[in-house]
Design a binder for this molecule. Structure first.
Ligand SMILES: Cc1cc2nc3c(=O)[nH]c(=O)nc-3n(C[C@H](O)[C@H](O)[C@H](O)COP(=O)(O)OP(=O)(O)OC[C@H]3O[C@@H](n4cnc5c(N)ncnc54)[C@H](O)[C@@H]3O)c2cc1C
Length: 390
């Protein structure tokens, strides 16, 4: 079978894992990014790799990803810093205890290995540094975390070995369509003809779709991220909370990386000294995040800070992504709207996009990720906090 030339917009985890799968399958792949690999959400992220708290429709994708993560370093030939040390979701109030109890019941019914811990001694066996004020927790031992920049870099290097070409510092200005069929891309460097195109540009999706008369309804909130200097080992699992207003993990290099909940974005994106996109959090959010995480993890309140930044989420009304052909345009695939939890599933999302592009039957249902699903045209509701990032 002759494979079409494939253009991918976006070198985050979604675009790069798809590029790897497609190049490995023999397609001629070109990836274009305005900046470079992991320049936006895939670099700004907390980088938890989590099944617990997922929407039931997304759980099979998360479970497939968790099956792939342990072997990725060997397969891609580069480190990902993946660690399967679990996810501990904490309850600080009686109402949060009930939320966690319900989460455990619901997700155990779906077959997930999730335990309800209602005494602090059991919680501290898993994470001794957690505050004694915590009332209860869920624990999923097969969750974990990875290094986002290393993981995306590993996909880039492996895709390149299979012949994929990455063009960085080049912005895609338009998707060219004629007679209902994709023709290619117009970029700041000229035209790129393509038989098939995967749009994986994160929050940039509607700038490319709207001229074609299409939209993925999105809210774009901001999340504050604080990274400490390297500390001695004190936290093996990823920490979350029932209302998703903060999360934390300790990187392999010892730095704590902690996040706020989703907050209103002021609308500005600046640039770092090396020309990458930068979002600045507010002082109030930084303070709130330190207070919230410090109350759960007292060592964090005493730690010295290395870096502070913010990241943006592409939040759909039902907090599920779109992974589908764009309606009415032959050859155009949309993979966006990952709603603050697209990092952990990235390796499996790449497989799903590859199957879709090559016309293969995917072993996992894509129904909940359809472009035309009713939930996308419903008025934007506050998505269930448990499905959010962390
Ligand atoms: C603070 C924070 C914490 C998070 N925590 C978690 C977590 O713990 N676990 C989890 O699973 N997920 C988490 N997420 C979400 C996760 O990081 C994202 O869902 C995921 O990284 C999205 O990857 P992506 O490749 O789809 O998009 P992105 O990583 O945003 O990549 C899109 C790329 O497209 C490029 N681009 C955009 N428009 C154009 C254009 N016109 N031309 C060329 N290039 C373009 C951008 O430069 C960018 O590099 C978090 C996100 C944030 C911000």
């Amino acid at each position: 079978m002759t494979l079409p030339d494939i253009a991918i917009v976006g070198a985050g985890i979604t675009g790069c894992s798809a590029a790897y799968r497609l190049a490995k399958a023999g397609a001629k792949v070109t990836v274009i990014d305005s900046y470079g690999p992991a320049a936006m959400a895939s670099g700004w992220t907390l980088a938890g790799v989590r099944q617990s708290g997922r929407d039931p429709a997304e759980l099979p994708l998360a479970q497939r990803a968790v099956a792939l993560w342990p072997d990725l370093e060997a397969e891609l030939g580069a480190p990902t810093d993946y660690r399967r040390n679990g996810n501990l979701r904490l309850a600080r109030t009686p109402a949060e205890v009930e939320t966690i109890r319900q989460l455990v019941a619901d997700q155990r019914a779906l077959g997930l290995d999730l335990t309800f811990l209602d005494d602090i001694a059991a919680i501290r066996e898993i994470a001794p540094a957690v505050s004694g004020d915590v009332l209860a927790a869920s624990f999923c031992p097969t969750d974990g975390h990875a290094d986002p920049v290393a993981s995306v870099g590993a996909f880039v290097a492996a895709a390149e070995r299979h012949g994929a070409v990455f063009r960085f510092g080049e912005k895609v200005e338009a998707v060219e369509v004629a007679g209902g069929r994709l023709q290619g891309l117009r970029t700041t460097a000229g035209r790129l003809p393509a038989g098939l195109c995967v749009l994986a540009p994160g929050i940039g999706i509607n700038a490319l779709l709207q001229p074609l008369g299409l939209t993925v309804p999105l809210r774009i909130p901001m999340v504050t991220v604080i990274q400490s200097v390297p500390l001695p080992p004190l936290l093996a699992p990823v920490l979350g909370v029932a209302s998703a207003d903060c999360a934390a993990r300790q990187q392999v290099d010892g730095c704590l990386r902690v996040t706020s909940g989703a907050e209103a974005w002021h609308g500005e994106i600046g640039e770092t000294e090396d020309g990458r996109p930068k979002v600045e959090p507010t002082t109030a959010s930084v303070k709130r995040t330190i207070d919230l995480v410090g109350a759960l993890l007292p060592d964090f309140a005493e730690a010295r800070v290395r870096r502070i930044w913010a990241g943006l989420l592409d939040l759909t009304p039902d907090a599920l992504p779109v992974i589908d052909f764009a309606p009415g345009i032959d050859g155009l695939i949309v993979a966006a709207g990952f709603s603050g939890h697209g990092f952990g599933i990235g390796p499996a999302t790449g497989e799903m996009i590859c199957d879709l592009a090559l016309g293969r039957q995917s072993p996992l249902s894509r129904e909940a990720f359809a472009f035309g699903r009713a939930a996308l045209s419903a008025p934007a509701a506050e998505p269930a906090a448990l499905t959010l990032h962390g």
